[in-house]
Design a protein around this ligand. Structure first.
Ligand SMILES: NC(=O)c1ccc[n+]([C@@H]2O[C@H](COP(=O)([O-])OP(=O)(O)OC[C@H]3O[C@@H](n4cnc5c(N)ncnc54)[C@H](OP(=O)(O)O)[C@@H]3O)[C@@H](O)[C@H]2O)c1
Length: 329
């Protein structure tokens, strides 16, 4: 029988956010499990993530310039979507009648965009790209948790690295090599044949070097570039809110004709073709996302507190267990 509410009548665990505020606004509740429409798939979520975007969206640190546009899109006084969560990976549980790309049992990863809803056991999504998400087959050699890092960090890194049209032998600087996107940007630049310099703080020097950077600079100790340090492409991978004396000096270190791009220059594109390219490069061993910590869904507020401090190494994933037990009811 057709269910007009597109809910199955069964329950599921979800993280509900009914107001903007500190991590404690996130509460685990039981809600109705969704059911797919004809043009949707139902995803059994195995992992989600706490990204820089999730922290902004929860409402505590939205930059003044972005406050009005973000609140118009996400909800003026309270979130339009009570279930937050931008990134997911999991398995297709069932498909609507018109679905062609996916079948039950396929393992997928992607972003939910303005549809949000990844902080739950299940999520319905269209198979086509829109501002309400993009979905692709998950890289086989990654855990569900790692796949969430590849989806978010990969989409960000690839979109903005493409601005550089990087050629083999070119000198590339990744400012912020220790974040989810920066860690992938370093590896992508190496794959493209660039000579890569990466910037991070003291505690991340070794980790960033291990990602393949030819040279690593500590922004807490170096405040300018040497005269001979010139770059054909510079990517600010941490966004316009995070800066330092060294970052301010970046543009002067561009070679003649060099390009500078910030990961905040334009909106993130939700692009399943790009997710498929990321899958290929991950499976071919060129890119490995960095997973800092994993929390269970029940500790999502702790994960938000940690990520909110702004110094995660790579990304933070959330494991979604389907044990039928509702913790912290
Ligand atoms: N265009 C869009 O639509 C869009 C969408 C989503 C996100 N974004 C942007 O993408 C950014 C990147 O997100 P992400 O998850 O990859 O990384 P992130 O979480 O923003 O960055 C974490 C990293 O930032 C580094 N960091 C903190 N302060 C720094 C500073 N002053 N200078 C240099 N590095 C600093 C930290 O490393 P250290 O501990 O070494 O400092 C940490 O590893 C977001 O912050 C957001 O601005 C844009």
């Amino acid at each position: 029988m057709k269910n007009n509410n597109h809910q199955s009548g069964e329950g599921m665990k979800a993280v509900i956010c009914t107001k903007y505020g500190p991590p404690e606004v996130l509460q685990i509740k039981e809600v109705l499990k969704p059911a797919p429409k004809d043009n949707e798939v139902l995803i059994k979520i195995s992992a989600t993530a706490v990204t820089a975007s999730d922290i902004f969206i929860r409402g505590s640190q939205v930059p003044v310039m972005m406050w009005i546009p973000m609140r118009l899109m996400l909800g003026l006084r309270k979130p339009k979507k009570s279930i937050q969560g931008l990134v997911l990976s999991g398995e297709i549980e069932s498909t609507g009648r018109s679905i062609q790309r996916f079948k039950a049992g396929d393992k997928v990863y992607g972003l939910t965009g303005f549809g949000l809803g990844a902080y739950a056991e299940y999520k319905c999504m269209k198979e086509t790209d829109s501002t309400y998400g993009c979905l692709a087959f998950k890289p086989d050699n990654l855990s569900f948790e790692e796949a969430t890092m590849a989806a978010y960090g990969g989409l960000l890194a690839f979109q903005f690295m493409e601005k550089g049209n990087i050629q083999p032998g070119q000198r590339v600087l990744i400012y912020g090599g220790a974040g989810t996107s920066g860690a992938i940007a370093i590896q992508y630049a190496k794959f493209l044949g660039a000579e890569v310099t990466a910037v991070c703080s003291t505690s991340n020097l070794e980790m960033v070097k291990s990602l393949g950077a030819d040279k690593v600079i500590d922004y807490t100790r170096e405040f300018s570039f040497k005269q001979e340090d010139k770059f054909d492409f510079i990517l600010d991978a941490v966004g316009k809110n995070k800066t330092s004396k060294l970052k301010a000096a970046c543009k002067k270190a561009l070679s003649t004709g060099g390009k500078y791009a910030s990961i905040d220059d334009e909106n993130l594109k939700l692009d399943s073709k790009r997710l498929s390219l990321i899958k290929k490069l991950v499976e071919d061993g060129h890119i490995k996302p960095v997973l800092d910590r994993t929390y269970p869904l029940e500790q999502i507020a702790d994960a938000h507190s940690y990520v909110g401090k702004g110094h995660k190494k790579g990304g933070v994933a959330i494991t979604v267990a389907h044990d039928g037990i509702l913790h912290n009811r």
